[in-house]
Structure formats: structure tokens, C-alpha cells
Design a protein around this ligand. Structure first.
Ligand SMILES: C[S@@+](CC[C@H](N)C(=O)[O-])C[C@H]1O[C@@H](n2cnc3c(N)ncnc32)[C@H](O)[C@@H]1O
Length: 170
């Protein structure tokens, strides 16, 4: 399976390959250009102490761990991903870094988020939309689960090496 397909449905890869892909997300997040774009995402999202955040397509959870110190101790970051193997790995990384209390992970689909309306203060998706067939449906779901006045931020590739960050009011 080539990787562009694998990222769209990593549930189809075996656990060894899923672990390798999760590790590659961690590795990528350590690259200077990605540190910079993730820091910009953090700035635009501007998480506050006590907030409830949702990351859609959370992968290894590296961005959940980036956000967690800002919403702690009473807030919570929820990371949702279609891949049970990625979610298991994300739980391990969060526990290893002492952040399990501030982050919850769940298996689910971006197109049908398993959350009530207005459940979150803010939601974000990074490097996800290019892997889904219906980004419009995903965005509508994100808008549904974020409270009125909350924030939605999307970050994705728009062609190497550019990345685009789009904040959307709700
Ligand atoms: C390239 S990774 C990005 C992970 C993370 N956001 C980051 O920036 O490191 C894309 C993630 O989206 C997940 N994904 C793809 N399609 C999905 C869908 N329809 N619903 C939920 N997650 C999905 C994949 O399993 C993968 O973890």
C-alpha cells in the first residue's frame, strides 16, 4: 500500500506498519520547519486554561501533547483518529510524557464525530483534510461540536513546502 492511501485509512495496515507510521509522525514533528508550523497552529488556536479542545485526525497525538500544557489542569484535549493502532500508540506517548490526565483519545471518524453539539471550546485538524474524501463534511462536523463563539483551525499542505493555516470562527 502506498502511503497516501495508508494515511487515508491506516486501519488497513498491519500493526508493525502502523507503529512505523506513528513514529514517522513523531519524527516529522521534530523537524525545524514542522516545529515552526505547529507553533503557528498553537498561536492561532490560542488554547486557554480549562478549555475543552478536540483534535480531529490526531495520529500519534503529538499536537495533543503540544496543546495539553495550555489547557491543564482542568481542561482536556481529546484526540480522535480512525486508526485504533495510532490511538493506542498516542495513549502510550501521552502516558510516557506524564500527560495522560489532560488528554483523552478516541477511535472515530472525522465525518461522523461521536460528540454532542457544542461540546468543545475549539477544534483543530492538522494534515488531515488532504486524506479525506469529503473535507466539507468533516468541517461541518467540527462546526457542530464546537460551541457558538468557539474556534476552529485547519492546517494542511498546499504544495511543498508551503502550509496553510485557516482559523474559522463558529
Ligand atoms: C498525516 S496524519 C496527521 C496526524 C496529526 N494530525 C499530525 O499532524 O501529526 C493524518 C491522520 O488522520 C487520520 N485520518 C485519516 N482519515 C481519517 C478520518 N476519516 N477520520 C479520522 N481520522 C482520519 C489518520 O489515521 C492519521 O492519523
Amino acid at each position: 500500500m502506498n502511503h497516501s492511501n495508508a494515511w487515508s485509512n491506516p486501519s488497513l495496515v498491519d500493526s508493525t506498519e502502523a507503529a512505523r507510521m506513528a513514529a514517522s509522525l513523531e519524527e516529522r514533528a521534530r523537524r525545524p520547519d514542522q516545529i515552526q508550523v505547529n507553533a503557528t497552529l498553537l498561536d492561532v488556536l490560542a488554547p486557554l486554561s480549562g478549555e475543552r479542545l478536540l483534535e480531529v485526525g490526531s495520529g500519534s497525538g503529538v499536537l495533543c501533547r503540544l496543546m495539553a500544557p495550555y489547557i491543564a489542569p482542568s481542561g482536556r484535549v481529546t484526540g480522535l483518529d480512525i486508526s485504533p493502532a495510532f490511538i493506542a500508540q498516542a495513549c502510550r506517548y501521552a502516558a510516557e510524557q506524564g500527560m495522560a490526565g489532560s488528554i483523552a483519545f478516541a477511535v472515530g471518524q472525522a465525518e461522523t464525530l461521536p460528540y454532542a453539539d457544542a461540546r468543545f471550546d475549539a477544534a483543530y485538524a492538522a494534515r488531515l483534510m488532504l486524506h479525506v474524501n469529503r473535507p466539507d463534511v468533516v468541517l461541518r462536523e467540527m462546526m457542530r461540536v464546537v460551541r457558538p463563539g468557539g474556534r476552529i483551525v485547519l492546517m494542511d499542505w498546499i504544495g511543498k513546502p508551503s502550509q496553510l493555516i485557516v482559523p474559522i470562527g463558529n
